[in-house]
Design a protein around this ligand. Structure first.
Ligand code: MSP
Length: 503
């Protein structure tokens, strides 16, 4: 792999950022940081942004007496701020109300208008539709999708719509998409999600409306000014519009995406509609789609009505950006659902950050000060913890989106090092005047800490930098970081404040 293009979904601006949005975005940021480190900054592109058109947004703006654009500017700004507060550094933040995006949507629609399906039919045709539309989902629903007449995801009754729309002949694309998914030309992960998509396709795909007559807040169709583009078609195109499709260097370099990250609720849009658009437009398909689970809070769905929505900024306020990143993404395995219990943040903060990582660094530096005059002692790494293997495992886990497993590996190394110090007892070696042995033990501990500092870089970027500064290790390239015996013997170290203060 020479380049890495990772995306998050673009978030609807009808509500403020919450912990679910933060979860995907922090993980994407961690992946981007890992691959920037491994492949070089210029070879990674991390994209996020906001999804700003459609009936849902227009209605939310109207309720507040604002114009849709004012409303979008405000909430999109809140997303940007929240990401800054969490040290999230995307290469670009796309907004679907930007001209650069609207132009590309029109270009794609014009291409589709001329295109044929794999079965030789027109991709776009005009038709009438009557049906139940859920504004929350921004999609039509079947009677059988509803529970007591209401959308199960939004708890609201869909409205009955009758419109003349333009259609996308999705029903002609099922076989082509299924084949690409089966052959892993589009890799859908985890495996159960791949099966879910395939069995959905097997049941037969229905054509979808790609324009709306009654929605004004949207991108006008290039071939019919009286209709606006269906918000999902508009939104999916962000993944190429942000790169500057079709002629820019970024597009040529970074498309297709190496991975789109998304939640399970938007699986069909990404795994069926998006590939169909790309096949119809004769464009390359994304390589991986990784589908993650849902956060519940104390066993309940997060919702405004229940008042249990967690604002990621509150976690930053309480614990700082670094810890917030760690706490949010270490809740459950990436790809599964998981429940968040707010009181567990504190327990985990104390156990893993203040006591675990923070304490290992400060106690080791304390001993260097006490027993080695503050200087890195001479030594050659000879502890039993296999650091080369640790890097190999971590790299493989990144390739398989196993980020929680990586945190576990790193924290196991921290515990291993704690145990090693406890077993070797440098304080006893000091009393027995075994200075050479003592120095070797502390050298090993420092070398493990140096590796840990590089390994935590994707998730805890500032802490990584702080530890490397403390160890007088220069920021270096990936291959040099992984070398064993990378410490500068004789460097004078300084003591510092604890990295994380116990709560
Ligand atoms: N705008 C669309 C995406 C368009 S992408 C071309 C959208 N936006 S959203 O703001 O509603 O959701 C964005 C992402 O947040 C989705 O991946 C969704 O799964 C995720 N989450 C929303 N609530 C969540 C939880 N409670 N837990 C985890 N992720 C959640 O859909």
């Amino acid at each position: 792999m020479e380049k890495f293009f990772i995306t998050t979904p673009i978030y609807y601006v009808n509500s403020k950022p919450h912990i679910g949005h933060a979860y995907t975005t922090i993980i994407a940021d961690a992946f981007a940081r890992y691959y920037r480190f491994k492949l070089g900054d210029d070879n990674v592109f991390f994209l996020t942004g906001t999804d700003e058109h459609g009936a849902k947004i227009a209605q939310s703006a109207e309720k507040l007496g604002k114009t849709p654009q004012e409303f979008c500017d405000e909430i999109s700004g809140q997303f940007k701020n929240s990401w800054q507060n969490l040290s999230i550094e995307p290469n670009d933040f796309i907004r679907t109300t930007e001209e650069r995006h609207e132009e590309v949507v029109k270009k794609i629609l014009s291409t589709l208008k001329e295109a044929k399906t794999p079965k030789g039919n027109d991709v776009i045709f005009k038709g009438n539709y009557e049906g139940l539309y859920c504004v929350g989902c921004e999609s039509y629903k079947k009677e059988t999708d509803l529970i007591d007449g209401k959308c199960p995801d939004h708890g609201t009754a869909p409205e009955f719509l009758h419109e003349e729309n333009y259609y996308f002949k999705l029903s002609d694309f099922g076989d082509a998409i299924a084949e690409k998914i089966r052959k892993d030309e589009i890799r859908i992960l985890p495996q159960e999600r791949k099966n879910e998509v395939l069995s959905f396709i097997e049941q037969g795909l229905e054509d979808i409306a790609i324009s709306r007559e009654q929605v004004k807040w949207g991108i006008k169709l290039p071939f019919d000014e009286n209709q606006t583009t269906y918000v999902w078609i508009d939104a999916l195109v962000n993944y190429i519009s942000a790169l500057g499709f079709p002629d820019s260097e970024n597009y040529k370099k970074f498309w297709p995406a190496d991975v789109h990250l998304l939640g399970k609720d938007i699986l069909k849009f990404h795994c069926i509609i998006w590939p169909a658009i790309l096949i119809a437009a004769d464009l390359p398909l994304p390589k991986d789609l990784f589908i993650h689970g849902y956060f519940t809070i104390d066993g309940q769905k997060m919702s405004k009505t229940l008042g249990n929505v967690i604002d990621p900024n509150e976690i930053v306020f309480e614990y700082g950006a670094e810890a917030a990143r760690y706490l949010i993404i270490s809740q459950f395995a990436f790809g599964q659902d998981g429940d968040v219990k707010a009181e567990e943040f504190k327990i985990k903060f104390n156990a893993d950050l203040a006591n675990g990582l923070g304490n290992l660094v400060s106690r080791t530096l304390g001993m260097i000060e006490k027993y080695c005059g503050g200087k890195i002692p001479a030594g050659k790494y000879n502890a039993d913890l296999d650091l080369n293997n640790l890097w190999t495992v971590v790299d493989a886990n990144y390739s398989n989106y196993r980020i929680l497993e990586n945190l576990k590996e790193i924290w196991n190394a921290i515990s291993w090092c704690d145990g090693y110090i406890a077993a070797q007892k440098p304080w006893v070696l000091a009393k027995e005047n075994k200075q050479a042995e003592l120095e070797q033990v502390l050298y090993n501990a420092l070398e493990i800490i140096r590796h840990i500092a590089f390994l935590i870089l994707p998730v805890l970027p500032q802490t990584s930098e702080k530890i490397l500064d403390l160890l007088k290790v220069a920021k270096t390239d990936f291959e040099s970081a992984k070398q064993i015996n990378g410490l500068t013997v004789g460097a004078q170290l300084t003591q510092t404040e604890p990295l994380f203060l116990r709560k």
